[in-house]
Design a binder for this molecule. Structure first.
Ligand code: AMP
Ligand code: GLY
Length: 425
């Protein structure tokens, strides 16, 4: 099978690393990839919004399966594009159609969906230009803290939590009238604050059956102790002790099954991943958000724990035979620590030479994110630079491996959190 992975982060490097090990994999391509994927696959320099060129590449290279790593092409309808063209129909895409991608593409859609199908979530109301005044009054009456969410995709930045009603009103005005997040904040959800501990649950479905992948926890804030600005994710751990059988049974019965039933009832033929961002509130799971792809950096701890042939599982899903797949999970704990560029998630420098790769243990998996190869050197090219994954019999031994590697990899401005896993040890 020839496989094309779409994306260029640590998630896509982890996918590529796993798929490259499959005996079913003949040629592996990554668009656009990074310095890590370049070592195990062929990077393809086609922008992910150029569907005609991606399609032509697939035809020219006999690509059988496209794994869509990142959400934007899904929300923009890449799956629909391939499905509706006669000469592309035979190519399998792992990812939902545009209708399914609305679960991530519109928080108003996903909230309405959850309420309709009885899926536990925070109560919310949606406001836009037409009822903005009502929104301001609503904030005054609302309990604090209060959560404001841009409806559309905002690169993980569209959620604001505040304890100050005055500030909330200001932000609502900036979002709707000032287009703070462009068209993504034409509509804004005002939501109840859920107090608890977060967890990411991943489901792969072919629209008929489903498999629950290992769950994980990511660390979104830039600063230690979960402080400071939100980032794409500074580290992750899998498994998480509170996600025991009892809790996961609740997740399956109260969230996963009703979600899949709801998709069917809405006539959405969903093939791909559903990433459920959960809050554990006193032992009860509540959905914070859906994503229609795997998480990053969660994939960097989930994939290394999958023992089975991942490409075989994806291929069975693509043929709507996922029920035949076997998913064997490694009992060990995986941790990943993300090294980032100094200044991230605000302004940061790129193009810094990275060194120390030869010093890290062969046991550590170094999944590249914002890196590129230039004249034989590996340079930084993004905010999140590299995810260092360790596996161990417990969280401490896994973290020890990740952190040892974090000391060896070096570049100007290197920063990483020293407390990944602090709340689940
Ligand atoms: P989202 O983009 O929806 O994942 O939100 C980003 C982050 O904001 C989440 O990971 C949570 O930490 C936080 N968050 C979102 N909604 C809520 C909520 N209703 N209550 C508490 N925290 C929330
Ligand atoms: N780690 C969170 C995300 O991928 O959205």
């Amino acid at each position: 099978m020839n496989v094309l992975i779409l994306g260029s982060g640590g998630r896509e490097h982890a996918f590529a690393w796993k798929i490259a090990q499959s005996t079913l994999c003949k040629k592996l391509f990554v668009a656009t990839g990074n310095a890590g994927t370049a070592q195990i696959a062929q990077n393809v320099n086609i922008p992910l919004n150029d569907f005609p060129r991606l399609a032509q590449f697939c035809l020219d290279n006999q690509v059988d399966l496209v794994l869509v790593g990142t959400e934007t092409p899904l929300v923009d309808g890449i799956v629909d594009f391939f499905k509706t063209a006669e000469q592309l129909k035979h190519i399998h895409l792992i990812g939902p159609t545009q209708a399914g991608a609305m679960l991530e593409g519109s928080k108003d859609f996903s909230k309405t969906f959850m309420l309709k199908y009885g899926i536990p979530t925070a109560t919310a109301r949606t406001f836009d230009k037409s009822n903005l005044q009502e929104g301001l009054v609503y904030i005054d009456k609302h309990s604090l803290p209060i959560v404001l969410k841009a409806d559309g995709l905002a690169a993980g930045k569209g959620v604001i939590i505040t304890e100050d009603a005055q500030e909330a009103k200001q932000i609502l005005l900036e979002m709707i009238e000032g287009a703070k997040f462009g068209v993504a904040s034409n509509k804004v959800l005002i939501e109840n604050y859920l107090k608890g501990i977060e967890l990411s649950v991943f489901v792969l479905t072919d629209g008929i059956s489903y498999k629950i992948l290992p769950s994980a926890k990511d660390y979104k804030r830039i600063g230690e102790g979960d402080t400071g600005l939100n980032t794409g994710g500074m580290g992750a751990v899998s498994p998480i002790s509170f996600a025991d059988d009892d809790f996961m049974r609740k997740v399956e019965e109260k969230i996963i099954k009703p979600t899949l039933k709801g998709l069917k009832a809405e006539n959405i033929d969903y093939l791909g991943f559903i990433f459920i961002g959960l809050m554990n509130v006193n032992g009860e799971p509540y959905v914070i958000e859906y994503n229609v792809r795997m998480g990053d950096p969660e994939t960097e701890v989930v994939i290394p724990r999958i023992k089975s042939d991942f490409l075989e599982i994806l291929s069975l899903a693509a043929q709507k035979r996922l029920s035949e797949a076997k998913l064997e999970i490694d009992d060990r704990t995986a941790t990943t620590v993300m090294l980032v560029s100094g200044g991230y998630p605000q302004d940061f420098a790129k193009g810094k030479t990275m060194t120390g790769f030869e010093k890290i243990s062969s046991e550590v998996l170094a999944f590249h994110a914002g890196t590129l190869l230039s004249e034989g050197k590996i340079l930084t090219s993004g905010g999140r630079v590299i995810a260092l994954t360790g596996l161990g019999d417990d969280i401490e031994s896994a973290l020890e491996k990740s952190y040892k590697a974090a000391q060896f990899i070096d570049y100007e401005g290197k920063y990483y959190r020293k407390d990944i896993g602090f709340d689940v040890k």
